[in-house]
Design a protein around this ligand. Structure first.
Ligand code: NAD
Length: 454
């Protein structure tokens, strides 16, 4: 995958022999090399421990009984392992604040018995959908537990919370893609996140390694950086990719398209007819589009006091107005198929704000608004919309940040390092998976649980 190999001077230093010695003496953080997806490797570095006694424990047991996992359900088997690769609790049985003690009792003893890069997963019931006040309070509390646990975990381990609609059917096919994503190396830089899974049933793909087979995906800003890697990952998962970028990106765009055996589509996403041209091309050549990833984005940083109108307009135009218009036009022209997915790229700057980025922060918070506003509208057409909000990702964009700020950006997260473009791309691919049809209206940060935006 096209990701710069430079993981940072600090990381290189603490992983050298003298650097590691000094770092240990001085109590400095030593970031753990993160596990990333390889088709030949097992999903997890060790067995999964499943606990809890809520309404989802049986469906979870079924999902985790796949040959892709070694399941240890000690409530039924009494077995245990020395080191777990994942620890999963069905917390839907927690219906009062006093019951929250189950979190302490279940997870506490496991913390010293996990492999590096282990996954902790709490499954709850969507609090806004719970009518009993005690249960709603207790379910909402799961968020504080999971986010705090994420901050305590060591050695590349992560913690996430998945809320499942109380109206989801007992088969819970809609939950499987999310569980599979979290309990794999694909979610390596996603930490401390909350994902909501709705009522809809989903169909499992014939092959979980090729879930996008037969699908057509458009990726904007695909000539380089995160967009180029999104194109690669969607193609790896079986999609035909239409790689779009500005005409000036020429050679780099062709390279991406060739690499993924897709189509290069030179276009400025801010052009008035961008959506219409894309729709026409997709309808003519492919009978429509299944996935659109609005990744093209720019920064034009200045303190607001020094901001000129051109910087403001350019950033809002590319990052916010273009994704909005593209989706509207593709839907209007019937080019975005039912069963499809829209994935937008926001930023943690759109959640926390960032000095010198009033224009960028506005645009990226607007993208979150776009997800909120369009999720119910697109749901009527059987289309999902979600966003990823990257944190510090190693790209040309972040390589341009001054050295000290760059090193701080890398270290100020629970995983104590920057992410790779592939980490964002894997999250996009999870949203794009047709088995994620019950997953809509979410914003997932891919930021290693960065302190910024937490
Ligand atoms: P990048 O600058 O490396 O790539 C962006 C691509 O978008 C370029 O190829 C560019 O030509 C294209 N583009 C710009 N304007 C366009 C237009 N009008 N029409 C078509 N294409 C256009 O940036 P990146 O770091 O890969 O970022 C990709 C996305 O991720 C952006 O939306 C960015 O805001 C977001 N993001 C990045 C980071 C990070 O750490 N790199 C963090 C948060 C969010």
């Amino acid at each position: 995958m096209s990701s710069p190999g430079n993981a940072g001077l600090y990381s290189a230093f603490v992983h050298s022999a003298p650097g590691s010695f000094i770092a240990k003496q001085a109590g400095l953080p030593i970031p753990t090399p993160l596990r990333r997806y390889k088709p030949s490797e097992p999903a997890l570095p060790g067995p999964v421990l499943l606990g809890g006694s809520g309404r989802l424990v049986e469906p979870l047991r079924e999902i985790l009984s796949s040959p892709d996992y070694e399941l240890i359900h000690n409530a039924t088997t009494g077995k245990s392992a020395d080191k777990y690769g994942a620890v999963v609790l069905d917390a839907t049985g927690i219906t009062s604040p006093a019951d929250l003690k189950e979190l302490f009792e279940f997870f506490g003893p496991t913390l010293r018995s996990v492999t590096p890069c282990a996954r902790f997963l709490v499954i709850g019931t969507t609090p806004e959908r719970v009518s009993d006040p005690d249960e709603r309070v207790a379910q909402r509390a799961l968020e504080g537990f999971t986010r705090s646990l994420g901050k305590e975990l060591l050695k590349g381990a992560t913690a996430q919370l998945v809320y499942v609609s109380p109206d989801a059917t007992t088969g819970l096919s809609g939950l499987e893609s999310t569980v599979r994503f979290i309990l794999s190396a694909k979610s390596t830089y996603v930490d401390g996140q909350v994902i909501r899974v709705g009522d809809a049933d989903a169909t499992a793909p014939a092959d979980w390694d090729k879930p996008l087979a037969g699908r057509v995906a458009v990726v904007t800003g695909a000539a380089r950086g995160i967009g180029a890697t999104i194109a690669e990952v969607l193609a790896r998962d079986g999609a035909h990719v239409i790689a779009a970028d500005i005409p000036a990106a020429g050679e780099a765009l062709s390279q991406t398209a060739n690499k993924v055996k897709g189509t290069a589509f030179p276009i400025d996403v801010t052009a008035e007819d961008a959506g219409a041209k894309l729709a026409e091309h997709a309808l003519e050549r492919h009978g429509g589009i299944d996935i659109i990833v609005n990744n093209a984005g720019i920064t034009r940083d200045k303190l607001l006091a020094n901001m000129d109108a051109a910087r403001w307009d350019a950033v809002i135009g590319v990052n916010l107005i273009a994704p909005l218009q593209l989706v509207n036009t593709l839907v209007e022209k019937g080019a975005l198929k039912s069963g499809g997915a829209v994935v937008d790229v926001s930023s943690i700057a759109g959640i926390a704000g960032n000095r010198g980025q009033t224009n960028y922060g506005t645009s990226k918070a607007g993208v979150i608004g776009l997800v909120d506003a369009y999720a119910p509208v697109l749901a009527e057409k059987g289309i999902t919309i979600n966003a990823v909000a990257p944190g510090f990702i190693e790209t040309a964009m972040t390589a341009a940040i001054p050295l000290a700020t760059r090193e701080a950006g890398r270290l100020m997260s629970s995983l104590q390092q920057g992410g790779q473009t592939v980490d964002v791309a894997e999250t996009v691919a999870y949203f794009a998976n047709p088995a994620s049809s019950a997953v809509t209206g979410n914003v997932v940060r891919v930021c290693g649980q960065a302190l910024l935006g937490a």
